[in-house]
Design a protein. Structure first.
Length: 66
């Protein structure tokens, strides 16, 4: 297990983007009637957060010492 416990720029960036995606998705669900397009945009942003993490990790931003 890593000593940094995920406290890296890659992890923080991915969590911030995923949180934004969940907020967008929740707004789409709360609208009356439910707006599935906004919900889908939120889901795409959440998936993009995972891609962002992988890209940043490969660029070296998920290593210790950052």
């Amino acid at each position: 297990m890593s000593d940094n416990h995920g406290n890296t720029p890659a992890a923080w960036s991915a969590v911030a983007v995923a949180l934004l995606g969940f907020v967008i998705g929740c707004v789409g669900i709360m609208l009356e009637p439910v707006n599935w397009v906004i919900f889908a945009i939120g889901a795409v942003v959440v998936v993009a957060a995972g891609v962002l993490f992988v890209v940043m990790a490969r660029l070296g931003y998920h290593a210790e010492g950052h």
